[in-house]
Design a protein around this ligand. Structure first.
Ligand code: 5AD
Ligand code: SF4
Length: 448
């Protein structure tokens, strides 16, 4: 174990991340900053001199997990008083949560929110030099901070954030309160980052934003998301471009055309629907109806027949009747999603939906959730079965997680494939014949 006194240089760190890809990317930035300061990654919490919890607050479950894990750190800190513990991310961006952590977990040394993560090295130095704790939550978002070093998990595929924040204020969602308003990165900064990644051997990038379809609206000169996609599509050496998340109200025909026309843009659309009931969608402030959503799906299927379509769906939003829920089931059956993230509505403090008197009992929510998962699993299995016997282009990501004799990678449509193949092909595109399918993955063998 490393020596770790608050007056000495700290050597190893461990970051635990909850939540979405945005949080994953923020953690990669924290890791990048720490490595620049001379720190190294610890294999686990027990051997770390610094532990960071990067938290999520989108649902209550995510918060409960953080509390549970914090509880276990108390013992580690008692064994090693020099251990530094930092808690950051979306949960900490809410003042009442940060106050709660200070009160209940006084052994936490550093607390900061989403808007000031780039200042982490400063906070760490303060703890080292002054031997005091730091709590800093910045109310408002700053402009975009470029040039923060990133230590990426993969050497093959990378997330690249193109915009931060969200202006949509869906009535259940806390994200706009903790991530601030929409702001887009300059196209040149995005392009340069991707070119740099390609020069290091990365083959695939996923463009990230809460609502990528409104990219560029606040830039001068304005640029649309399709224009950005077309620009990135010309980068030599890059093989695949993915993006998420699209909002159905903003996904234009232009973007659908761009996906079908640009060779590097993969045939995969993540299009969160949330509910199949137009009444509930209205209460959610989603700005589209069931019919409009279905028409969008039919357009995608018409122009990009091979596209995989995935979604986020929520059950138990306040006021959701059995009839509303059946509309959701009906929509899911009509769309036949490749896969879906399914959620039980979770009350979030200070959001409009939390104030509704029509909260749905937990038992009803769970029963609906199970019925929905059954429909989704059926369509996932059906969509995957259609790959049987096909020859697919796979970007090989590494050794399979559940069988070390096999490799794993993804199709252009984002399907996970485990296959027998040659390890020398990790990081490369290969052809794989699909020989087996289930609801969650495909299997096959390399043929080239
Ligand atoms: N309860 C349950 N699910 C939620 N999501 C966002 N807010 C909530 C909430 N309060 C889901 C939405 C969103 C995904 C990222 O998380 O489906 O698309
Ligand atoms: Fe939340 Fe809606 Fe914004 Fe998505 S679009 S982050 S669900 S407010």
């Amino acid at each position: 174990m490393q020596n770790c006194s608050k007056n000495q240089e700290y050597k190893t760190f461990f970051i635990e991340t909850w939540g979405c890809q945005m949080n994953e990317e923020d953690s990669e930035k924290l890791s990048g900053m720490l490595k620049k300061m001379g720190y190294k990654k610890a294999a686990n919490k027990i051997h770390a001199d610094l532990i960071i919890f990067n938290t999520c607050c989108v649902r209550e479950n995510a918060e409960l997990k953080v509390y549970g894990h914090l509880g276990t750190l108390k013992e580690l800190k008692a064994q090693n008083p020099q251990l530094i513990i930092a808690v950051c991310g979306c949960m900490m961006q809410q003042k009442h949560m940060a106050e709660n952590i200070i009160k209940k977990y006084p052994f936490v040394d550093i607390i900061f929110g989403t808007h000031n993560a780039y200042k982490f090295p400063e906070y760490l130095n303060t703890v080292h030099q002054k031997n005091s704790s730091v709590v800093e939550i910045q109310d408002r978002e700053t402009g975009i901070i470029e040039g923060v070093p990133i230590d990426r998990e993969s050497t093959i595929k990378a997330f690249v954030t193109i915009m931060y924040g969200c202006n949509n204020f869906c009535t259940y969602c806390i994200v706009p309160y903790v991530r601030g308003r929409e702001r887009s990165r300059k196209p040149k900064d995005i392009e340069n980052e991707i070119k740099n990644l390609v020069s290091k051997g990365y083959r695939e990038i996923t463009l990230l934003g809460q609502n990528v379809n409104s990219y560029g609206k606040n830039l001068i000169p304005k640029i649309s998301f399709s224009e950005l996609l077309r620009k990135i599509n010309t980068i030599n050496g890059l093989e695949r471009i993915r993006f998420m998340t699209s909002h159905p109200k903003d996904l234009t025909e232009d973007v659908i055309d761009t996906i079908s026309e640009c060779d590097k843009v993969c045939e995969q659309v993540h299009l969160p629907v949330q509910s199949g009931s137009t009444d509930i969608l209205k209460k959610m402030n989603r700005n589209y109806s069931k019919e409009q959503y279905l028409n969008l799906i039919y357009k995608i299927r018409e122009k990009i027949p091979e596209a995989s379509i995935t979604t986020d769906i929520m059950v138990g939003f306040p006021g959701e009747t059995e009839k509303d829920f059946e509309e959701t089931l009906d929509l899911a059956k009509k769309v036949e999603y490749d896969s879906a993230f399914t959620f039980i509505y979770s009350r979030r403090k200070d959001t409009p939906a939390d104030k509704s008197k029509d909260q749905i009992p937990e038992g009803v929510k769970h029963e609906r959730f199970n019925r929905l998962v059954e429909v989704i699993n059926k369509s996932s299995a059906k969509r995957n079965k259609a790959y049987m016997g096909k020859i697919e282009e796979i970007l090989v990501e590494g050794i399979s997680k559940n069988d070390s004799t096999k490799l794993m990678g993804r199709t252009r449509t984002g399907k996970l494939v485990n296959f027998e193949g040659d390890k020398d092909f990790i990081g490369k595109l290969v052809k794989v014949e699909i020989t087996k399918s289930n609801s969650f993955s495909l299997s096959g063998k390399q043929i080239q």
